[in-house]
Every structure is written in structure tokens, then in C-alpha cells.
Ligand binder design. Structure first.
Ligand SMILES: O=c1[nH]c(=O)c2ncn([C@@H]3O[C@H](COP(=O)(O)OP(=O)(O)OP(=O)(O)O)[C@@H](O)[C@H]3O)c2[nH]1
Ligand SMILES: [Mg+2]
Length: 344
């Protein structure tokens, strides 16, 4: 038996594999704060598996801030293999869930718009539902993806960034075409998320439509994460050849390259921040000095090469930017950017 139903509070279309859950402390705040949980059942789909969890410490900022949280086996399992209906979104698996994500879009069953399959463990009560793990109402799992809003303008003053972003988004699955605008946006001091958010707010004022911006950090472990988002100024002051001297007194040469994207759908709309990071070590410069600090960053997964020694596609496959853009793509293609029938 297939049981499906919907809750009137469900507004935001997302892909079938996301659970969107309001998070403690933000209920009724008027700001959409979600935890998006890609789930099992989409092997090889190219969809990143992560849970974006709003991060504490930004009360009243009006902006959902996410951090990546490794999935535990429990919350990674969207469609229970044992329950007769999905233990989280409540859909009845059709033809092989969880391995094939075979859920019947509610819209195909006669609803006017895509709606959530509400939790019915054992096939009984429909909604509203509470996540057993969080005790907060499960706000939406919508069974249809929606196209991203367009056009999205990527605002940056950095041509190398732009070319990487275009290469990654246009060759990804599904491809995403963006326009661009070269603007040198003001950059505040603060966390990468706060800086990216401020850039997005400035960009949306300048463009007047959906914008994407990013801020890149290079964080040295031995220096407590510095230079971090200020790497640009350290690079300008020292040059790539002398960047490593910052770590001369330290044995620990480990570092993280971090890319923090911020998306805003329009003036006055919330900003969503998504991050990708790549661990590595700081080494003597090797390879082409084409882009910033690429010659001194040797990613752990780069086979001993620096970013500068890697072909573009190989860098993009493991880079901080590639990882962040995988999340951006998932967010936009699942209606997170407002491309669907979001009327909440
Ligand atoms: O070797 C590199 N590989 C990279 O993958 C990479 N990504 C950024 N950067 C550099 O790191 C600083 C970030 O500063 P940043 O985020 O403020 O960028 P930006 O001011 O150049 O552009 P934007 O802020 O207009 O977008 C700037 O010096 C960038 O050139 C990179 N260097
Ligand atoms: Mg900048």
C-alpha cells in the first residue's frame, strides 16, 4: 500500500533525498533555518552527502549559517530498510528504496504542487511529524527537484576564481550556467561566513537579482587558522615565495583551503552560506604561478602534487571550491535558491 499525504506548512520543493528540519532556537523567528540532510539511496548520483547545520553564534543575524556535520549512521538513513514506510520523510518506499530513491512524487498522485510524504511509521498516522532524533517538526521533504533560479550572477573581481567556478558548474551534473559581474566588493573582518554573507548582501544591492559570491581562506593549523580569510593580504605582502616563512618556526605545516560561497536570491532575502574545504600542507612553491597560493598548497588527496602542479580538472575534483560548489549546486537545484514554488 502506498500512503502519501502532505502538510500545509510545507512550501519549499527540494529533491526527494533531503530532509529540511527547523532547528532548535529558531522556531518562530521568522527566518528560515534548516538542516538539510542528503540521505542514503542515491549512490552515484553525484549528490554530496552532508548535513548542513546552522551554526550557533549568529543569533538575530537573519541568516542561516551552515556547517558540515558528518553524518552518523542513524541520521544518514533516510529510508529505513526495516520500517514499512520511510522513518524520516514517511514515504512508502516504492520498488527498492533505499537503494534507488524510488519515491513517488506526490504531484504525480494528483496534488497541485509537490508535497511532502509525511512520516507514517507502520502506515498509520500522517502528520504533523516530529523527527524522533531532534524532537522538532519535520518541516518538509518534497519529492520533486526544481530548476535553479536564473540568471544567477557570480560577483567577483578575481578572474581565476571566475574561470574555475564556470568550469566546475558548467561541467557538473546537472550543469549550471551563471553570468558574472566583476566588482571588488568590500570585505569585512570576521569569520569566513560573516565575510561571505556581507559580500552577498553588497552584491545583491549592486545586481538586484540572485547572486553568488565566495570568499577563500587559507588556514594554517599552527597559527590557529590564520591567515584564514586574510590570505589575500598576506599573499600581497609576502608573495607566494615567502608565504611559507610564516610557518618557519613550526613543525606542523598542515593547512586547510576553505571556500565559502554565499547565495542571495534578491534584496532583503536571506543569505545561505555553504562551505567546502580541502586539507593539505604548505610546501616550497612548485608548479605554475598562475593562481595565488596554488604553488605552495599541496592537498592531501593530490598525489603529492601542489594545486599548481595539478591539471585544472584534477584540482577542481578535490578542491575547496569544487566541494563548496557541489553543495551550491545541490542547494540551487533542489529549490533552495527560490527556483521552485516557494510561497512560504
Ligand atoms: O592559489 C589559489 N588557489 C585558489 O583556489 C584560490 N582561491 C582564491 N585564491 C586567492 O586567495 C585570496 C582570496 O581572497 P578573496 O576570496 O577575497 O578573493 P578576491 O578578493 O581575489 O576575489 P573576490 O573577493 O572579488 O571574489 C586571493 O588572493 C585569491 O587570489 C586562491 N589562490
Ligand atoms: Mg576579495
Amino acid at each position: 500500500m502506498i500512503r502519501e499525504c502532505w502538510s500545509p506548512s510545507l512550501r519549499r520543493p527540494t529533491a526527494p533525498h533531503f530532509r529540511v528540519t527547523p532547528v532548535q532556537g529558531h522556531l518562530g523567528s521568522g527566518t528560515p533555518r534548516f538542516r538539510d540532510t542528503p540521505v542514503q539511496g542515491h549512490p552515484g548520483s553525484g549528490t554530496p552527502r552532508f548535513r548542513d547545520t546552522p551554526v550557533q553564534g549568529h543569533p538575530g543575524s537573519g541568516t542561516p549559517r551552515f556547517r558540515d556535520t558528518p553524518l552518523s549512521p542513524n541520521n544518514a538513513v533516510h529510508h529505513s530498510t526495516t520500517a514499512p514506510s520511510c522513518s524520516l520523510c514517511g514515504s512508502m518506499p516504492i520498488g527498492g528504496c533505499p537503494s534507488r530513491a524510488a519515491f513517488l512524487p506526490t504531484a504525480t498522485l494528483g496534488h497541485r504542487s509537490p508535497r511532502h510524504h509525511t512520516l507514517v511509521r507502520g502506515g498509520s498516522r500522517p502528520s504533523p511529524t516530529f523527527s524522533a532524533r531532534t524532537r522538532f517538526p519535520t518541516r518538509a521533504v518534497v519529492a520533486m527537484a526544481s530548476p535553479p533560479p536564473s540568471p544567477i550572477t557570480f560577483v567577483t573581481g578575481n578572474a581565476n576564481k571566475l574561470s574555475e567556478v564556470q568550469a566546475i558548474l558548467s561541467t557538473g551534473d546537472p550543469p549550471l550556467v551563471i553570468t558574472s559581474k566583476a566588482l571588488d566588493l568590500p570585505e569585512l573582518q570576521g569569520t569566513p561566513a560573516a565575510i561571505a554573507e556581507a559580500k552577498a548582501r553588497a552584491a545583491v544591492e549592486a545586481v538586484g537579482g540572485p547572486v553568488l559570491v565566495e570568499d577563500t581562506s587559507l588556514a594554517f593549523s599552527a597559527l590557529g587558522g590564520l591567515p584564514g580569510p586574510y590570505i589575500k593580504w598576506f599573499l600581497e605582502a609576502l608573495g607566494v615565495d615567502r608565504l611559507g616563512t610564516l610557518l618557519a618556526a613550526h613543525e606542523d605545516k598542515s593547512a586547510h583551503a576553505v571556500c565559502t560561497f554565499a547565495y542571495c536570491g534578491g534584496v532583503g532575502q536571506p543569505v545561505t552560506v555553504l562551505e567546502g574545504r580541502t586539507p593539505g600542507v604548505i610546501v616550497e612553491p612548485r608548479g605554475e604561478t598562475r593562481f595565488g597560493w596554488d604553488p605552495v598548497f599541496q592537498p592531501d588527496e593530490g598525489g603529492g602534487r601542489t594545486y599548481a602542479e595539478m591539471p585544472a580538472a584534477a584540482k577542481n575534483a578535490i578542491s575547496h571550491r569544487g566541494r563548496a560548489l557541489a553543495k551550491v549546486r545541490a542547494f540551487l537545484h533542489t529549490g533552495g535558491g527560490g527556483g521552485g514554488s516557494d510561497d512560504s
